[in-house]
Design a protein around this ligand. Sequence first.
Ligand SMILES: C[S@@+](CC[C@H](N)C(=O)[O-])C[C@H]1O[C@@H](n2cnc3c(N)ncnc32)[C@H](O)[C@@H]1O
Length: 189
Amino acid sequence: MIQILTGCYGRWNPPESNQIELDLGCGKGGYLLLLAKLFPERLILGADVMLGRLRKIQKKIDRGNIKNVQLLRVNAWNLIGYCLPDHTLSRVHILCPDPWPKARHRSKRLVTSEFLGRLAQKLIPGGTLHLSTDDDQYNTFMMDAIAQLPCYQKTNQGINDVIHCKTDFELRFEKIGLSVNHQVFVRVV
Ligand SMILES: C[S@@+](CC[C@H](N)C(=O)[O-])C[C@H]1O[C@@H](n2cnc3c(N)ncnc32)[C@H](O)[C@@H]1O
C-alpha cells in the first residue's frame, strides 16, 4: 500500500530488523524493483511526489507479490525533514534527479548542500549516498554542494553490487547516446 505523507503530520515508522535502502525520486520504479529482487532481505523504500507513477509501481508490486517494497508519496524535503527518524537508511539513491538546466529554475534543484546535510542525519553512520546525473552542470553543482559537507567522504566502493542496475531515465539516456555519471559517498561523521 502506498503511504501518503503530508507535511509535518506524515511519519513513517521503520521496522526494527531490516536494512533499509531509499530510492528518492523513484519515478517509474524500474530501479527499486531491481533492488527489491536483488536484496530480498532488505526493505526498499521508493519515494516520489507523483502519485500516478507510484500507483503503477504498486500494481507491479501486487502482481509480483513483492513483499520488501514500501512506496511513499511524499515531497523529498518533508521526507528528510520530518517523516523519517534519524539513522534509518543504510543507502540512499538519488538517480537522474530533474536537472533544471535553465538559470531561472536553479532554485528548484533538489540536491543542494542544505538538502544533503539534512539527508546525512537520516543515514546510518557508514551509510552510502549514491548520486547520478546525465547533466554535466548539475553534476558540478552537486559535487560543489557535497564538498561543503565534512560528513560525506567520496568512495569508489558502495555501489559495486548494483553497478549493473539502470534506472528508467538512465536507459532512456543511453538509447540516445548520453552517458550518466555516478558518484558515491559514505557518511563518515
Ligand atoms: C527525472 S525523474 C528520475 C526518475 C528515476 N530516478 C529515474 O532515474 O528513472 C525525477 C523524479 O523525481 C521526482 N521528484 C522531483 N522532485 C521531487 C521532490 N521534491 N520530492 C519527491 N520526488 C521528487 C519526480 O516526480 C520524478 O519522478
